[in-house]
Unconditional design. Sequence first.
Length: 316
Amino acid sequence: MYVTPEKIRKLADEKGYIIVAHNYQIPELQQIADYLGDSLQLARIVTKIDAKKILFLGVDFMAEVMKVLNPEKKIIVPVGYSTCPMANSLTVEDVLKYKEIYKGIPVVVYVNSRTEVKAVADVVCTSANAIDVVNALDSDTILFGPDKNLASYVAEKTGKNIIPIPGETGYCYVHNYVKDSEIKKLMSKYPNAEVMVHPEVPKNIRNLAHFIGSTSQMEKYPASSKANEFIVVTEVGMLAKLEKLYPDKVFIPVPSMVCYNMKKNNLRNTYLALLEEKIEVTLDSELIAKARKAIERMLEITEGAERSERKVVKSA
Ligand code: SF4
């Protein structure tokens, strides 16, 4: 069966599906998305969407966030095995064990975590708002998981005592294993390029950066920079979006940075998902209610931080 992006788009319209895709999807799938973004952007958008049916293109924990925030909507995904090893690295048992050791210490979990883990956490964060979330908590010590690299970046930025859970085994393989020699090679090939890095990379890579931020923050940075070339140290899927946003600027990928889980979605299985209207994401209602509490707390904190930023800008 030969499937084109146009064929998928037409079927989605006929069946009344909204297509929501993460920035790391292949360019052909990005092209047919009604909404394209990072976890926080998508989580917020979906709460405002009127449509009853959503086709989500990303990995399983993200689809579950959609379901938690929109239990009444039908959410389908092309494959049931598109998962995130980092999210799976932190278990409920781990969180409960750390809560027992560090009694009364708040638990912040990255959105890249299992829904069951969110349900036992105090608040969720994304790479875009982790600093605001940690700063908003009335505690100098925080249990933070599962990404040890994001934990160390947040510790640097907030000055708080961040205890990474589960510790050394919590990381994203795409970002954790990037070599500084690979980035330095690109830097000498493109001496005028600025280096943009995602906070999921280790400290030695962050040290090479002109800019550190989530994918939604990377989207904005080129507009405020005088540079015309950027080395993009995150999953290669991000390049398609940046090239579309800034056709006059040059974006250089790090070829080793591919998330094979994100790339399990393709044109064929996306078309079939719409045709058969499955695989549907389902979650227990009690689990939804518990996980939703931690996600909503994040949204409240983020919206509060944005309101005060706007006030500062207004009164400046
Ligand atoms: S890029 Fe990393 S964190 Fe994101 S889904 Fe892939 S493995 Fe998980």
